[in-house]
Design a protein around this ligand. Structure first.
Ligand code: ADP
Ligand code: MG
Length: 362
């Protein structure tokens, strides 16, 4: 029977509204996710991008309700098919996990049990969530392994995780995540631990599965290049905040945020020796225990002005494109800021190819 409740018909699949997540630590309160809002529609892919420590994993876990209760403060709303699940306890969330939202992690070994055969790990999850019998669970597990591109699935069911390569292990965790037919898959740096060719295969697999199942996906990566061609929308995070958000096409056509621009320049290029980063972003990510007064990217920004160090820019929005910057890339104010910095001898880094003329041929 199809669900005809008014909520699921009219509301987006997932709406996160002003979600903040903090940790109480001995050194103080760490605000890892700060006032994040977004909407995810059915079948869509949202890319979440930012350097290590920007809050991507905490955001994913916070939305899924996968953080410990102790010393964690969650505020805001997580509205899944019209129902706010922010206040759900573990028992209530257990109905959401697997069947509605599932997650795969960077290191497949952390989500696989090293001493249990692959087959059992999949069938246990199927039997637990779907209540199917042993034979049926085994048949479904075999079909799932085949679907995620594992050759000879019947034989693999009897193997242990260490007998598989990293790429194959990640395929197994994808099979487990898909077992109960979730409507949203959170993929948290799913290929970071894998080598480059295997990375592409896994990302292609996720693309195919998502299309076949009309599943929504939140693809988390520190690499803008990974999400560039595989998402409908991109949300850039810095120090726990969303600093830019736009449809993927709009973001690359009309990038506003100096931080996003810096991330773009740090994408490893195939043509560069051993895929090294062209330019790492100088400086360090902000201290989340005591964030700076103004814009938290200001100390690392090539366009930085006095105002940026003193006043925090609000999240501005135009036609669905949002950013947080006083001197957005592409504006006259931005060009003038860069010129002032060059004239004053402020280090502005290596300009992007194509930005050479505006940077005075540095
Ligand atoms: N359990 C925790 N206790 C305290 N701080 C934490 C905890 N988990 C994450 N953090 C902090 O939250 C911030 C965001 O972390 P994380 O979401 O893991 O970043 P990312 O996934 O973008 O690399 C970091 O500053 C990290 O140190
Ligand atoms: Mg992470």
């Amino acid at each position: 029977m199809t669900d005809t409740s008014p909520h699921s018909q009219n509301s987006p699949l997932l709406e996160v509204r002003s979600l903040s997540t903090s940790f109480r630590t001995e050194r103080g309160v760490v605000r890892a996710v700060d006032d994040v809002s977004f909407v995810l529609e059915r079948g869509q892919t949202l890319g979440v991008v930012g350097e290590s420590g920007s809050g991507k994993t905490v955001l994913s876990r916070s939305v899924m309700g996968l953080l410990p209760n102790r010393n964690v403060i969650r505020e805001g709303h997580v509205i899944y098919e019209g129902t706010d699940v922010i206040g759900y306890n573990e028992k209530q969330m257990s109905h959401v996990w697997g069947a509605e939202m599932a997650m795969i992690f960077q290191d497949p070994m952390t989500s696989l049990n090293p001493v249990m055969k692959i087959g059992k790990q999949i069938t246990e999850s199927l039997r637990h969530h779907l209540g199917v019998d042993k034979e049926e669970a085994k048949a479904t597990a075999t079909a799932l392994l085949r679907q995620v591109g594992i050759p000879e699935p019947e034989r693999r069911l009897n193997e242990y995780p260490h007998q598989l390569s990293g790429g194959m292990r990640q395929r197994v965790t994808i099979a487990i995540a898909l077992a109960c037919g979730p409507k949203i898959l959170f993929a948290d740096e799913p290929t970071t631990a894998l080598d480059v060719t295997v990375q592409a295969q896994i990302l292609d697999l996720l693309d195919d599965l998502q299309r076949d199942r009309h599943m929504a996906m939140i693809l988390v990566s520190h690499d803008l290049g990974v999400v560039a061609s595989r998402t409908d929308e991109i949300m850039v995070m810095y120090g726990g905040k969303v600093v830019e958000k736009a449809s993927t096409t709009e973001l690359f056509r009309n990038m506003k945020m100096p931080y996003t621009e810096a991330l773009l320049r740090s994408i490893p290029r195939i043509e560069s020796p051993s895929h090294t980063r062209l330019e790492a972003i100088p400086g360090r990510p902000p201290n989340v225990l005591s964030p700076p007064k103004g814009c938290n990217f200001a100390p690392r920004c090539r366009y930085v002005q006095e105002k940026c160090l003193n006043e925090e820019p609000p999240l501005e929005s135009e036609n669905g494109h949002a950013w947080r910057c006083w001197y957005p890339v592409g504006s006259d104010a931005n060009r003038e800021a860069l010129e002032r910095n060059i004239a004053a001898g402020v280090p502005v880094g290596v300009p992007a190819p194509g930005a050479m003329s505006s940077a005075g041929g540095l």
